[in-house]
Design a protein around this ligand. Structure first.
Ligand code: FA5
Length: 344
C-alpha cells in the first residue's frame, strides 16, 4: 500500500511536468492518453488496488478518485490556457497586419491575341461592306467536302487530314469553307461575308502548323466578279491589317477543288532573310488560299452559276498574327504561357 501511495504522489508530479512544455492540443491529447487513457497509468494503479486488503482499499480508493478528478481538471485548464494563448497570438498578428504594406504580385489581364486579331479583321471587312458569319465546328461531310466539289473518295480529301466523329458523316471541320454554302443557301446572292472560326486537322505540329487553328473564310458573290476583284480585296485587306502600303506578297497558282482558277498568297517571312524554321527555308509564309468560286459550289448552294460569279478566300488567323506581332511559333497561341500572354 505504501508503494501505491508513493506512485499516486509521483503521478501528479509527472503529469505536471509533462504538461509544462506543451504547445498544441495534440500534445495535450497524448498526455491524456498516457496518464488517463484506457491503458494509461491511472488504470494500472486502479488494477493494482484490487490486490489490497479491504481497509487499505478504503484509503487508496478515494485517493485515486481524487487523483483522477484533479488530473482531468489540470488537463482541462491546460487546454483552455492554450486556446486563449492562440487567440492572443492571432489578435496580435491581426493588429500588426498593415494593409498598405501588402503588395501582391501585379498581373493585368488583357484581351487574348486571338480576340484582338479577329476584331481587327472583322473591322476591316465591315468597313469594306462585308457581313460577319459563323458556322458549326462539328460539320457534315456534305458541307465540308461534297458541296465543296470534293465527293467521297476524291483524292483532294487527303489535302486536309480529318478528325472524323463517331457519328456517320460527321467530322470536325477541316476548313471554314463549308460556311460558303451555308451562307449562300441562307442569304442568297449578292453576298459578301467573312467567317472567322476554329478548324481541325489530324496533322503533326511544327512552328507554323497546328492540329487546331483558326481560319477566316471570305466570300463575295455578285454579277461580273473577276480575279482582279479578289486580288484587290486581298491586297487592301493585308495593307490595312499590317498598316503599311508596301507589303511584300507573292501570288502563285494553287489547287482547291472548290475554286477555278485557284491561287495561293504568301507573305515574305518576317523572321529571316535567308530561310528559317517558320518559313521552312522558303523565305515565304503561306497565308491564304483563294480563287473564283467553282460553278459546282454555286450550284450546290442553289445559285445560278451562269448569272453569278464570286471569289472566295481562306487564310490562317494565327499566320497573320504571327507576322503582325513577330510570334515565331504557332503553338504559343494556345499554350497559356504567361510570359507570352502578358506581352499583349
Ligand atoms: C484551305 O483550307 C482552303 N479552304 C482555303 C480556301 C478558301 C481556298 C476559299 C480557296 C477558297 P489551306 O489548307 O491551304 O486551304 O489553308 C488555308 C490557310 O490556313 C493556309 O494558307 C494557312 O494560312 C492556314 N493553315 C493551313 N494549315 C494550317 C495549319 N496546320 N496550322 C496553321 N495554319 C494553317
Amino acid at each position: 500500500m505504501e508503494n501505491l501511495k508513493k506512485q499516486i504522489f509521483e503521478f501528479k508530479t509527472k503529469l505536471k511536468s509533462s504538461l509544462k512544455n506543451i504547445a498544441t492540443q495534440d500534445q495535450i491529447e497524448q498526455v491524456r492518453i498516457t496518464f488517463l487513457g484506457r491503458k494509461g497509468t491511472i488504470v494500472s494503479l486502479m488494477s493494482a488496488m484490487k490486490a489490497l486488503a479491504v481497509e487499505d482499499k478504503r484509503i487508496i480508493g478515494p485517493l485515486l478518485n481524487e487523483l483522477k478528478k484533479s488530473s482531468e481538471n489540470l488537463l482541462a485548464e491546460k487546454k483552455q490556457e492554450l486556446i486563449s494563448q492562440q487567440k492572443q497570438e492571432k489578435n496580435l498578428h491581426q493588429k500588426h497586419f498593415d494593409v498598405s504594406a501588402y503588395k501582391p504580385h501585379h498581373l493585368e489581364s488583357s484581351l487574348h491575341i486571338y480576340t484582338r486579331v479577329i476584331e481587327r479583321i472583322e473591322t476591316i471587312f465591315i468597313s469594306m461592306g462585308y457581313d460577319i458569319a459563323d458556322g458549326p465546328e462539328a460539320e457534315t461531310d456534305f458541307y465540308n467536302f461534297q458541296a465543296m466539289n470534293i465527293p467521297k473518295n476524291h483524292p483532294a480529301r487527303d489535302m486536309q487530314d480529318t478528325f472524323w466523329l463517331n457519328v456517320p458523316d460527321m467530322l470536325m471541320r477541316t476548313h471554314t469553307s463549308g460556311i460558303q454554302v451555308r451562307q449562300m443557301q441562307k442569304k442568297g446572292v449578292p453576298l459578301a461575308v467573312v467567317a472567322p472560326g476554329r478548324v481541325y486537322r489530324h496533322e503533326a505540329t511544327d512552328a507554323s502548323h497546328d492540329f487546331m487553328f483558326t481560319q477566316c473564310e471570305g466570300l463575295l458573290v455578285d454579277k461580273n466578279i473577276s480575279m482582279s476583284n479578289l486580288l484587290a480585296t486581298a491586297k487592301t485587306f493585308l495593307q490595312e491589317l499590317f498598316e503599311k502600303k508596301d507589303i511584300n506578297i507573292r501570288v502563285r497558282p494553287g489547287y482547291f477543288p472548290f475554286v477555278e482558277p485557284g491561287i495561293e498568297i504568301d507573305f515574305s517571312c518576317p523572321f529571316c532573310s535567308d530561310g528559317c524554321s517558320v518559313c521552312k527555308k522558303t523565305k515565304w509564309i503561306e497565308l491564304m488560299g483563294a480563287g473564283l468560286v467553282h460553278p459546282h459550289v454555286l450550284q450546290a448552294s442553289g445559285i445560278d452559276s451562269k448569272t453569278y460569279s464570286g471569289f472566295a478566300f481562306g487564310f490562317g488567323i494565327e499566320r497573320v498574327a504571327m507576322i503582325k506581332y513577330g510570334i515565331n511559333d504557332i503553338r504559343l497561341f494556345h499554350s497559356s504561357a504567361i510570359n507570352v500572354l502578358k506581352q499583349f
